[in-house]
Ligand binder design. Structure first.
Ligand code: ATP
Ligand code: MG
Length: 407
C-alpha cells in the first residue's frame, strides 16, 4: 500500500514516477489531469472510450470497462492513488482499487451520492448544528408507497433514485394520476417524489477534505439552470446574502465531515421563497467530485477545485482557497455550434477571445451535439459590473439563452 503524502516528481523502487489516476475520462477528468500534470505528477485515466477528453491528454489511458478486473489491476499498478470524476462509477470498482491503493473519495461515500434515497437519509443525519433540510419527499419503491403518497407532496418532481443527471430521469407531476403514469414511464424503478418548491435561487458549495479531516471550502456559487442543465454560475461578493452563504458553507462542511469524506465534494442547494428575509436553504444533492459550478475556480481563485482534488488524494496540505476576481461562468453546450436554422457553425471565437478577462476552456470533444457539454467560458475582471458587462457581451456573441443579468 502506498504511503501518503505522495510527492510529485519522485520515483518508486521500480523507477515508476509518482502517478495519480482517475476513473472516468470526461472533462472533469481532463481538468484533473491538467492540474496533476502541472504539479509534476504522471497521470492515468481509465475510460473505455478511446477518444475520451481526459484519455487524450493523460500519460496513460486504460481503455477498459469500469468493472474490468484486468483494467482495474492495470490502473492500480500504474498509480499511487486514485480518484473519480463521475458518481456512477461502480462502487465495487472503487472497492477493488482500494485494496491496493488509496482511493479518494471512497466507495462508501460515492455509493451514497449514487442513490437519492441514501443521499437524503445522509443529509438528514448530518444536519448536526448546521441548517440542513431536504425538500419534503417520499420514497416510492412499491405500489403501496405510490398509493400512500400524501397530497401535500403534489405538485412534485418524480426522480429516479439512481443514474439521474442534468435533469434526466425526472418527471414533473401535478396530481396522483400523473404521478402513477410517471412512475410507470420510469419503469416503476425506485424513485423519490419531491415536493415542487418555489425556488428563488440555486447555489452550490464545493469543499475539499483531507485524510486527516482538514476541510476548506470555496465561496458559494450562484447557479442558473436552463432545461435542467447548468447554464450560468456567478461568484462574487454579494451574489447572495452573507448569512445564507455562511449557512450553505457550514452545511456542506457538515455533510462532508459526517461521512469522513476525503476529496472534493460539491453540495447543491435550493434557496426557497419561504417568506423569511434571506429565504430558506434546502439541500438538493451532492456530487462526490469537482463540479461544473466550480470551473470558475480555475481562473478566479488562487487554487482550483482540481488542484484541491490532487492535494486531497495525494495527502498534500489543503490551502484555504482565495478568490481573487469576481467571476461569471457560461456553460458552452453543443447548441452553440448550430445557428437558429440548425445549420452547423463555428462559434465566433475571434469576438469572444477579444473580450477582456475571457477564459475559454474547450474539452477536446470534436462532435458537437445539442445539450452536450463542450466547454465553458469564464469571465473575470476587476469589478462585478465589468464582469457582468463582458458576460452579457459573450452571451450575445454566442447566442446563449438564459443569461439575463440584473444590470
Ligand atoms: P444534476 O445534473 O445537477 O445532477 P439532476 O438531474 O440530478 O441534475 P436535480 O439537481 O435534482 O437533477 O434537479 C434539476 C433541476 O430541477 C434543479 O437544478 C432545479 O432547477 C429543478 N428542481 C429539482 N428539484 C426541484 C424541487 N423539488 N422543486 C423545484 N425545482 C426543482
Ligand atoms: Mg442537480
Amino acid at each position: 500500500m502506498t504511503t501518503l503524502p505522495i510527492f510529485p516528481g519522485t520515483v518508486d523502487e521500480t523507477g515508476r514516477p509518482a502517478t495519480l489516476g482517475v476513473m472516468g475520462g470526461g472533462q472533469l477528468g481532463r481538468m484533473f489531469v491538467h492540474a496533476a500534470q502541472r504539479l509534476g505528477y504522471f497521470t492515468a485515466v481509465l475510460d473505455p472510450d478511446a477518444h475520451s477528453p481526459a484519455g487524450r491528454v493523460s500519460h496513460h489511458h486504460v481503455k477498459t470497462a469500469y468493472t474490468d478486473v484486468q483494467g482495474l489491476s492495470q490502473l492500480a499498478g500504474l498509480c499511487d492513488a486514485i480518484t473519480t470524476e463521475f458518481e456512477n462509477v461502480p462502487a465495487s470498482a472503487l472497492q477493488a482499487l482500494a485494496v491496493a491503493r488509496p482511493v479518494a473519495p471512497g466507495a462508501a461515500a460515492v455509493a451514497i451520492a449514487q442513490d437519492r434515497i441514501q443521499e437524503k437519509s445522509h443529509f438528514m443525519a448530518s444536519a448536526g448544528g448546521a441548517d440542513v433540510r431536504c425538500a419534503p419527499y417520499a420514497v416510492i419503491e412499491t405500489l403501496a408507497q405510490l398509493q400512500a403518497v400524501p397530497d401535500d407532496l403534489l405538485p412534485g418532481i418524480l426522480k429516479t433514485a439512481r443514474m439521474g443527471y442534468d435533469g434526466k430521469g425526472q418527471l414533473r407531476v401535478k396530481n396522483a394520476a400523473e404521478l402513477a403514469a410517471a412512475w410507470a414511464e420510469l419503469d416503476q424503478t425506485a424513485c423519490v417524489l419531491e415536493k415542487m418548491l418555489p425556488l428563488s435561487a440555486e447555489c452550490s458549495v464545493i469543499v475539499a477534505r483531507s485524510w486527516q479531516g482538514d476541510i476548506v471550502s470555496f465561496p458559494p456559487q450562484l447557479n442558473l439552470h436552463v432545461d435542467g442543465i447548468l447554464a450560468v454560475t456567478e461568484v462574487y461578493e454579494g451574489n447572495m446574502p452573507v448569512a445564507l452563504a455562511a449557512r450553505a458553507q457550514a452545511a456542506a462542511k457538515s455533510i462532508a465531515n459526517h461521512i469522513g469524506y476525503v476529496g472534493v465534494l460539491c453540495v447543491e442547494f435550493f434557496v426557497v421563497d419561504d417568506g423569511s428575509a434571506d429565504g430558506g436553504l434546502v439541500v438538493n444533492e451532492m456530487a462526490p467530485r469537482p463540479h461544473n459550478s466550480g470551473h470558475y475556480t480555475l481562473d478566479a481563485c488562487d487554487v482550483s477545485q482540481f488542484d484541491l482534488q490532487v492535494h486531497a488524494m495525494a495527502g498534500l496540505p489543503l490551502p484555504t482557497p482565495r478568490q481573487h476576481s469576481p467571476a461569471i461562468m457560461l456553460n458552452l453546450l453543443g447548441d452553440v455550434w448550430f445557428d437558429a436554422t440548425g445549420q452547423a457553425r463555428t462559434p465566433d471565437w475571434q469576438a469572444v477571445l477579444a473580450l477582456p478577462g475571457a477564459h475559454l476552456h474547450l474539452y477536446g470533444k470534436l462532435d458537437a451535439r445539442p445539450g452536450r457539454k463542450m466547454g465553458h467560458l469564464t469571465l473575470t475582471g476587476a469589478d462585478v459590473a465589468g464582469v457582468k458587462a463582458t458576460a452579457r457581451q459573450a452571451a450575445a456573441i454566442l447566442g446563449l439563452p438564459g443569461f439575463e443579468s440584473d444590470e
